[in-house]
Design a protein around this ligand. Sequence first.
Ligand code: NAG
Ligand code: NAG
Length: 362
Amino acid sequence: MRIRKQRGGGGGLAVLVVLHAVTRQPALENYRSNGKRRKNRNCKGVIPAEWELFGHLTALKLYPLKSGKGINLEEAEPTFLGLKSGLLRDRFFIVYDERGCFVSGRKYPKMVLITVSAADNGSFKFEAPGHESLIIESPERLSKQHYKDHKFNIRLWSNRVTGLDAGDEAAKWISQLLLSKEDGLRIGCYVPDIAVERKVTPLDKVYKNLTSDDTGAYSDLSAFLLISEDSVAELNERLEDPDKVTYENFRPNLLIKSKDGKKPFMEDDWEWCRIGDKNGPVFRSVKPCTRCIFTTVDPKTGVKNEHMEPLNTLKLYRKLKDPEALRLEGDSPVMGVNLGLYKDGNLKVGDPIYVGIVNKSS
Ligand SMILES: *[C@@H]1O[C@H](CO)[C@@H](O)[C@H](O)[C@H]1NC(C)=O
Ligand SMILES: *[C@@H]1O[C@H](CO)[C@@H](O)[C@H](O)[C@H]1NC(C)=O
């Protein structure tokens, strides 16, 4: 994603004209868009009319790099592709290997220490402790040819996903950081307009409300993950001191708390929630979030817990109950819920959260 340098001298004008012709639709616009395929969701008539206050939103978290460090925000815009704040978007960067498969903090726990920030000129800065920083230049003004030459298609769990490769310098940086060698890994960026639709089979056989419109950018399953402080507090009561966790072990986008702080795991049973006033964004719960070894990585140090906590404790009481779901997903325990966006709006820390009242007889 490097800007094409405009050469000076006699040929300059010609180069400029050609560049202009091929960049009628600048890549940055693509980067900012929410994609074409998301606009036709039928939301009318399915969103509940009645709501009950549950508590409020206590943190908003955006992870520019999948498996990288999260950024705490005071405000953010929810989109069909996840949270957005300025040029930063949730899980729009991904690391993949040379065999064409994504890699994550499960294998490279140090990834949780990588931070990404956006500069005013549209470039992105990647930083990691003890390493020089990396600048990935703005994708603005890239040519269609550049897209063709640098598009990748990789495996993300059972899906194929596409994007724009960030170039050899970025590949060298991430390979040195995680493999201590010059190559082997690469960095990719999500571009909505060249993205392919992600499949949700066979999970949608069990989770009837999960659709490909919920899948987000490079999220594991859906564009939003919600977790409750009440649930984390309940879990911590079961853990020994050195193994206690924070909500950050679970990498949610939305952290909530009930009015009295003592309503753990209520989110499991919700279908709808709205954050903010009448005009606030509306989300639908599409699947419980089944958890893996990644929850054992300390988000501050990038080191796995030596007692495999909190995963071992969660397995004692938080397994899936539905036999069909168990057959599909195995015995991974549940913590948090995956949400899809049904109505736009804005999010602010401190906003009230309401749960939709669904007519049981319909
Ligand atoms: C954009 O800003 C960053 C950070 O200030 C800088 O390192 C980079 O060189 C700038 N890029 C361009 C093309 O000016
Ligand atoms: C899906 O949504 C319907 C209402 O449209 C609801 O009755 C049902 O419980 C939901 N299914 C699941 C698996 O959440």
